[in-house]
Design a protein around this ligand. Structure first.
Ligand code: F6P
Length: 343
C-alpha cells in the first residue's frame, strides 16, 4: 500500500517516534511505501508530499517536534477544502492516511472518513484531553517538564518567602495542572473544570503563612482556568481556525491579585511552549511506538474511521466519533485526590 501520514495541531514530543514505528512495520512487515504530507492538513491541501520511510526517520526517536511540520489549518474552513483533500489523495495514489493529532485534527479525519477517505487516527496532545484513550503521548513529557520547574521554584520561593504562580498549558482540561500539582506538591491548583474564587485562593495562602514560617507557596494554574463570575477580570484574545482562543496570561493577573490582596510578594512563571519542546520521556517514546505499530495494523485491517487508544494498559481501537465527540476532562476522583494533597 501507499500510506501517507500527517501531524496536525500543536506539536508534542513523541510524534517522530510514532511515525518511525509506522514506517518500520509498514515497510518491513507489510511492504508498504510510506510518505508524509508536510504541515498537517495544509500540506495535504497543497499536495506537499515527502518520502517518510525507515531511512528518513532514522535517528528521530528521541527528537521532539515533528520532522514533517504541523499546522492548525482546518480544511473545512477553506473553500473547496474537503474536495481538494480527496483530489490530492487520489492524484498521489494514496491508499490510506494516518492522521496524528488531537481533537481538531482527528475531528477533521472523522468528517473526511464520513466522505469516504480511508483514514486511521493516532491520539497526541500534551493536554491529554482526548476521549477514548486513557493517555495521549506528549502528556507525560509535559507533566515532567512542569514538575522539574516546580521543584526548582520551591527552593527559590522558600528562600524569599514568596508565593509562586506557575501557569501551565491546558486549554479546556486541567490534566497537566492536576498531575503537576500533585507531583510537585502545589499549595493550590486551578483548572478550567472548576471555576475559582480569587479571594478563596488568597485566604488559603494567608492561612498557610499564618504561622510565620518560611514557606514556599506554589499556585499551579491552567492557562484555561476560569475565575468565578465577577471575581477577577481577564483579557480576551484572538481565535484560531478551529475557533479556539489563544490563551496565556492568567498567571500574571492572578499573581498581581494575590500580591495586592495578601501583601505576600508573588512572582509568576509561565511555562508556555517549553512544555511542548524537547525530547520525549521513555514512557512517551514507548506509548508513541505502540500507537504507531497499532495504526499501521489498523490500516491493513481496513479499520477506517477508528483511532488507536490506550485502555487498561492495552492498545485498542475506538471509533473516531467516540474520540472527538466530547473532551475528556479531569474527573471527580482525580480532583478529590488532588484536593486532599494540596495545602
Ligand atoms: O496542543 C495543545 C496546546 O499546547 C494547548 O495546551 C495550548 O493552549 C495550545 O496548544 C497552544 O497553541 P499554539 O501553539 O498554537 O499557541
Amino acid at each position: 500500500m501507499r500510506v501517507a501520514m500527517l501531524t496536525g495541531g500543536g506539536d508534542c514530543p513523541g510524534l517522530n517516534a510514532t511515525m518511525r514505528a509506522v514506517a518500520r512495520k509498514g515497510e518491513r512487515v507489510y511492504g508498504d511505501e510510506i510518505v508524509g504530507f508536510q504541515d498537517g492538513w495544509r500540506g495535504l491541501l497543497e499536495g506537499r508530499l515527502v518520502p517518510l520511510g525507515v531511512e528518513q526517520l532514522r535517528g528521530t526517536l528521541p527528537r521532539g517536534g515533528t520532522i514533517i511540520g504541523s499546522s492548525r489549518t482546518n480544511p473545512y474552513t477553506v473553500d473547496g477544502g474537503p474536495d481538494q483533500v480527496r483530489a490530492t489523495l487520489a492524484s498521489n495514489d494514496i491508499d490510506a492516511l494516518v492522521a496524528i493529532g488531537g481533537e481538531d485534527t482527528l475531528g477533521v479525519a472523522h468528517r473526511l472518513a464520513g466522505e469516504g477517505v480511508k483514514v486511521v487516527g493516532v491520539p497526541k496532545t500534551i493536554d491529554n484531553d482526548l476521549s477514548g484513550t486513557e493517555l495521549t503521548f506528549g502528556f507525560d513529557t509535559a507533566v515532567q517538564i512542569c514538575v522539574d520547574a516546580i521543584d526548582r521554584l520551591h527552593t527559590t520561593a522558600e528562600s524569599h518567602d514568596r508565593v509562586m504562580v506557575v501557569e501551565v498549558m491546558g486549554r479546556h482540561a486541567g490534566h497537566i495542572a492536576v498531575w503537576a500539582g500533585i507531583a510537585g506538591g502545589a499549595t493550590i491548583t486551578l483548572i478550567p473544570e472548576r471555576p475559582f474564587d480569587v479571594e478563596a485562593v488568597c485566604e488559603a495562602i494567608r492561612k498557610r503563612h499564618a504561622g510565620g514560617r518560611r514557606l514556599a507557596s506554589i499556585v499551579v494554574v491552567s492557562e484555561g482556568a476560569i475565575p468565578e463570575e465577577g471575581t477577577m477580570e481577564l483579557q480576551s484574545s484572538q481565535l484560531d481556525a478551529f475557533g479556539h482562543v489563544r490563551l496565556g496570561g492568567i498567571g500574571t493577573t492572578l499573581a498581581e491579585q494575590i500580591e495586592a490582596r495578601t501583601g505576600f510578594e508573588t512572582r509568576v512563571t509561565i511555562l508556555g511552549h517549553v512544555q511542548r519542546g524537547g525530547t520525549p520521556t521513555a514512557f512517551d517514546r514507548v506509548l508513541a511506538s505502540r500507537f504507531g505499530v497499532a495504526a499501521i495494523d489498523a490500516v491493513h485491517e481496513s479499520a477506517w474511521d477508528t483511532m488507536v487508544a490506550l485502555q487498561g494498559g492495552s492498545i485498542v481501537r475506538v471509533p473516531l466519533a467516540e474520540a472527538v465527540g466530547t473532551l475528556k476532562i479531569v474527573d471527580a476522583e482525580m480532583y478529590s485526590v488532588a484536593r486532599v494533597l494540596f495545602d
